[in-house]
Design a protein around this ligand. Structure first.
Ligand code: NAD
Length: 435
């Protein structure tokens, strides 16, 4: 059945989900309070970098399934299902900042008529669904029937469209069977495991999943330190571990740790959620601490390798928190650059998608979208994001361009022996340094 859907918030999640629901045949209107964003979207001009999204947006606008507006009230009036996908960042005290969700509820609730299903797609603390339902019912006209369903999002930036059409699971938490079934039905063309739960469990599944993935990353990063001390190779250790099906191969890449808009904030939020119910989530506390330390240890490694950094020019290759996105939220590269600058280094940086964005966040960094421009006259090369374009560089040319043939790789992109053969001193994470 074709549904009329309003998606509130056109960030990475809202824009991708709205577009994919339109592609599945639903009638979708996407709303954002940022009018500039809406004006651009109305011309199929995508404000974020996400492979394949531009084409899909344009096609669905053309077919009449997808439209954009900044008028929240009009959008919810013409829709039966309202998906909330606004941001939920963390506050300084670790609590989740729910102001965007609150402002959506306050703005739309008085205008809700008939039966409306509100879907919480934003990552929100456990209990939010219950609170949103109560709050909306209080503010909505008497005759409105409001049901709130939790439907957490698991897409990854950079492969968001693929992830939406091929998720590992769809989780729907509902206290109202009919509404839960209707939200399950809008996903009908997708073939995957459908898990129907209570609302609280659905809300927790999202945080638990991100916390566990973050734990795998911090675990392998701790193992990497042990490997360096005993002369083992963390690549082999991770491979050997990952072949055990109970462990699995994913999220066992040692490096400079996780970043982005989700893991850092969701791990902090889950720690605080536990604290708020008097529980000290010890493992999670360590996961977060190890991740922060990983950035500091990497800077120390660069310092140890290059000596005094005063006046040295370091080319930082990659800024985004991972490849195929322009997202710089909590990207390790930003912390690493700030620390290197503090030690007196001059930074030139390359990123094919995030360099323009980065100009708003970094000072005294020469930013480039051509990798060779960033490497020109650099003393050494540091890898912070594993962009394919970095793998494809001509390393004979790179060696001739940088003053010292030193690569300090925070993402273990290369085989140490290969880089050594090419004449580099190659230092990575959890593997013996070779020169
Ligand atoms: P984002 O910050 O990129 O986008 C949020 C959008 O909401 C912005 O465009 C903002 O202008 C808009 N907005 C805020 N308040 C509004 C209001 N009152 N009315 C209309 N629009 C409003 O966020 P995102 O990365 O898309 O994440 C959204 C949610 O999904 C978060 O809770 C996040 O934790 C979760 N999530 C994100 C990802 C991811 O990879 N980015 C993955 C899974 C889940």
């Amino acid at each position: 059945m074709v549904e009329r859907i309003a998606v509130i918030g056109t960030g990475y999640v809202g824009l991708v989900s709205g577009t994919c629901f339109a592609e599945m045949g639903h009638q979708v209107v996407c709303v954002d309070r940022d009018e500039n964003k809406i004006v651009r979207l109305q011309q199929a001009d995508i404000p974020i970098y996400e492979p394949g999204l531009q084409e899909l947006v344009a096609a669905n606008m053309q077919s009449g399934h997808l439209s954009f507006t900044s008028n929240l009230v009009e959008a919810v009036k013409v829709s039966d299902i309202i998906i909330i996908a606004v941001g939920t960042p963390t506050l300084d005290n670790g609590d989740v900042d729910m102001s965007q969700v609150r402002s959506v509820i306050a703005g739309m609730a008085p205008h809700l008529t008939a039966t409306k299903i509100i879907v919480m797609k934003s990552t929100v603390p456990v209990g939010t669904g219950r609170w949103v339902e109560k709050q909306t019912r209080e503010l909505a006209p008497q005759h409105a029937h409001i049901h709130v369903v939790s439907n957490p999002e698991f897409l990854r930036e950079g492969s968001a469209i693929h992830d939406t059409f091929h998720p590992d699971r769809i989780v729907i938490g509902s206290e109202h069977a009919e509404s839960g079934a209707r939200i399950a039905a809008i996903h009908a063309p997708i073939r995957t495991e459908l898990l129907m739960t209570d609302r609280e469990s659905a809300e927790l599944i999202k945080y638990a999943s991100n916390a566990f993935l973050a734990a795998k990353i911090s675990f392998i990063n701790e193992m990497a330190h042990v490997c360096e001390k005993v002369g083992a190779d963390v690549g082999f250790v991770a491979k050997g571990m990952g072949l055990d099906r109970r462990i699995g191969p994913h999220f066992l890449n040692a490096g400079i740790g996780y970043g982005g808009s989700c893991f850092p904030k969701d791990t902090r939020a889950q720690l605080k959620i536990a604290q708020n119910v008097d529980y000290d989530f010890k493992i999670l506390r360590s996961v977060i601490e190890v991740n922060q330390l990983q950035r500091e240890r990497f800077v120390n490694k660069i310092h140890r390798t290059l000596g005094d950094l005063e006046g040295k020019r370091i080319a930082v290759m990659g800024l985004a928190f991972k490849p195929n996105t322009d997202d710089l939220r909590d990207a390790p590269a930003l912390d690493i650059i700030a620390a290197l600058q503090k030690l007196g280094a001059n930074i030139s940086a390359y990123d094919p998608a995030a360099a323009v964005h980065a100009s708003k966040l970094l000072t005294n960094v020469s930013l480039h979208i051509n990798p060779y421009d960033a490497l020109q006259n650099a003393d050494a090369m540091v890898i912070a994001t594993e962009w394919e374009a970095i793998r494809q560089l001509n390393y004979n040319l790179v060696r001739s361009m940088i003053k010292q043939p030193v690569i300090i790789d925070g993402r273990n992109m290369f085989e140490p022996k290969e880089m050594s053969k090419l004449g580099f001193t190659y230092i990575s994470i959890g593997r013996t340094a070779l020169s």
